[in-house]
Design a protein around this ligand. Sequence first.
Ligand code: AMP
Length: 278
Amino acid sequence: MKVIETISDMQTQSLEWRRQGFRIGVVPTMGALHDGHLSLLELANAKADKTILTIFVNPTQFAPGEDLDKYPRTFEQDKTLCEEYGADAVFFPSVEEMYIPNASTWVNEEVLSQGYCGADRPTHFRGVTTIVTKLYNAVLPDVAVFGEKDYQQLQVLKKMTADLNFPIEVVPGKIWREESGLAMSSRNRYLSESEKEAALAIYKSLHMAADEVTEGTDLIKVRQQIFARIVDAGGKIDYVETVDSETLEAVDTANGGIRCLIAAHFGPARLLDNMQLN
Ligand code: AMP
């Protein structure tokens, strides 16, 4: 497995693989890898001949005061896992490599990125769409795998990839969970055992909602129940929304595919989770 640190070396390697007729898959991550990330790598391995996992803690998707500085960085361990799970390369650029000083060009998706996490973190998705475009340009992939764990992000990136005519297939990977049901996240490392236990209210309330919702169910009541359960467990909620699973429009009565999206703080961590309700 190769570790590649510059854009030009990455492009040279990808162009070489392309010339040899290989299909290239990419799994963009911020590192601190867990089984969720590795499941995406396995998916990429199944979809492509050569897979590249990228590790880059992207400063432009963090707002001032967020956890950029303390975000876990575990490169040696990540490298071993990538090797074990059959990546052909890890792309591990520095911030200076990815961002030219005074860069003033951004990629913005302007509809799907607006509500939910986009409302709570106004510059977040601009950072995500810009870095994924840059990673596409470095890796030159045929396939890009993103997790449903970050459901709004997945929809924004699908739309961006189509809108900008990237010849790239976006493949979603399902949410990987701890045995308890807690969605795996690099940020779970910030939680104590008791905070993890409390945070399970997110999964349990989603599960309860999924059991309850059928065609025509009043989703306002469902959201209120979820809200109460998370607050009872000590969570501080950013949002609980029920949305059309394609357009992300907020929906109050179950009709067609409904996804419930949640962002809530437990202890020092802002946790995201979501579930298809029908
Ligand atoms: P991150 O390193 O958190 O930026 O995530 C990198 C990729 O892994 C994104 O596409 C995430 O949606 C995905 N991911 C994160 N957590 C999980 C999980 N528990 N299950 C599946 N995919 C995940």
